[in-house]
Design a protein around this ligand. Structure first.
Ligand code: UT7
Length: 376
């Protein structure tokens, strides 16, 4: 039975429509300066009138399947993490299954707020390690612009739309998804909530008038929670993978606020050069944020075979999820400069001597695996 799950395909989609902070200045009482200094966001993408969570998930999935060189008919499982599905039911995953022609795949949606993608990765990976499925598509997709109150400056400036997808394959080869830490604290549910539209407060004239179908958030409390839980869960996942912080080549956190990301990096003693940030261009895309960032890290040549990557999400629920990935794909992207390659391969200046040798050993092992065809 396969004991490991590897990421063999990845794809992202962001709408072409850009909304800048200056655009928002014309809509609510805010300023580019406030948004940039408090959040690090400069602009975000907003879905066009014909775009939905499903349509964006489809674009990202097609790209991921193409990278994996994979026929959708070979998929066993599709999981879509989203807080903004097209419908309460049917699941967006089922719409995707039909559009892709993935006729042998089980499909369902997963709701865990902004942590949804890490939760979905964990669920799919466990089902694969258990031997139930061999090939899965995991997607994080959101159209948050449709549930934002565009008169509420405390929330509407923070979020954006987009989708990201991974194709996973079960394998005997060690590596891939190494560890997961998931958690929740439902006592904080009211801190980030869409109160109306569910079975408690179904849509009515009064729920619409009271704007209960929009995101309500206690930003300050969510900030405190995030700054505490991000480094804590990341450290737990690193430990569960048998690693230490200094073994991590890239940290890909949920992109909600640059201040939260910086504080987590500091608590983990990670220099910012090992942290991936794109919140400036997309804002918070909830469950889509981690896979979009992962795809961009690949596009920017930030990952090398053998690298260890930590993914962390946090959000509504409250929930959190962290995962450690050993990256083992040889990428079809342009090669970085020799100097950059050497610096990455031989470790960072801040690494200790023992971590340097551990890292070197892993690199040689990975290279040997690729040469002998032991790796995917
Ligand atoms: O995926 C998880 C989702 N959520 C998050 O991760 C959000 C976590 N929280 C945050 O990122 C931050 O708390 C915010 C960015 C939401 C807010 O930053 P803050 O530094 O915590 O600001 P604050 O809420 O303490 O508000 C400071 C001031 C307030 O004015 P007063 O009461 O001091 O006069 C707000 O009314 O800033 C005001 N304010 C704004 N001013 C201009 C709030 N939103 C805006 C705005 N433009 N857009």
């Amino acid at each position: 039975m396969a004991r490991y799950t590897h990421i063999i395909g990845w794809g992202k989609y962001v709408p072409s429509q850009v909304m800048t902070n200056h655009d928002l200045e014309k809509m609510v009482n805010t300023s580019d300066e406030w948004i940039r200094t408090r959040t690090g966001i400069s602009e975000r993408r907003i879905a066009g009138p014909k775009e939905t969570t499903f349509s964006m998930a489809l674009e990202a999935s097609r790209e991921a399947l193409q990278v994996a060189n994979f026929d959708p008919r070979d998929l066993d499982l599709i999981v879509v993490a989203s807080a903004t599905p097209d419908h309460i039911f049917p699941a967006t995953a089922c719409l995707l299954q039909d559009a892709l022609g993935a006729r042998h795949a089980a499909a369902f949606d997963l709701s865990a707020g902004c942590s949804g993608f890490v939760y979905a990765l964990s669920v799919a990976s466990q089902m694969m390690v258990a031997g139930t499925y061999k090939r899965a598509l995991v997607v994080g997709a959101e159209t948050l612009s449709r549930i934002l109150d565009w008169t509420d400056r405390s929330t509407c400036v923070l979020f954006g739309d987009g989708a990201g997808a991974f194709v996973l394959a079960a394998s005997e080869t060690p590596g891939g998804l190494l560890s997961f830490v998931l958690g929740s604290d439902g006592s904080g549910g009211d801190l980030l909530i869409v109160p109306g539209g569910g079975s408690k407060l179904p849509a009515s004239e009064s729920t619409v008038q009271e704007r209960l179908h929009f995101v309500k958030m206690n930003g300050r409390e969510v900030f405190k929670f995030a700054a505490r839980i991000m480094p804590k869960s990341a450290k737990q996942a690193i430990k569960a993978a048998g690693l230490e912080s200094e073994d991590i080549e890239l940290f890909i956190p949920h992109q909600a606020n640059l201040r939260i990301i910086k504080s987590a990096a500091q608590a983990m003693d990670l220099p910012m050069e090992r942290v991936f940030v794109n919140v400036d261009r997309y804002g918070n895309t909830s469950a889509a944020s981690v896979p979009i960032a992962f795809c961009e890290a690949i596009e920017q040549n930030r990952l090398m075979p053998g690298d260890h990557v930590v993914l962390v999400g946090f959000g509504a629920g409250l929930t959190w999820g962290a995962a450690v990935v050993q990256w083992d794909r040889v990428l079809p992207t342009p090669k970085p400069k020799l100097k950059t390659l050497l610096r990455r391969w031989l470790g960072y200046r801040r690494a200790s001597l023992s971590s340097f040798f551990r890292r070197l050993g892993r690199r040689i092992d990975t290279l040997w695996g690729i040469i002998t065809g032991r790796r995917l």
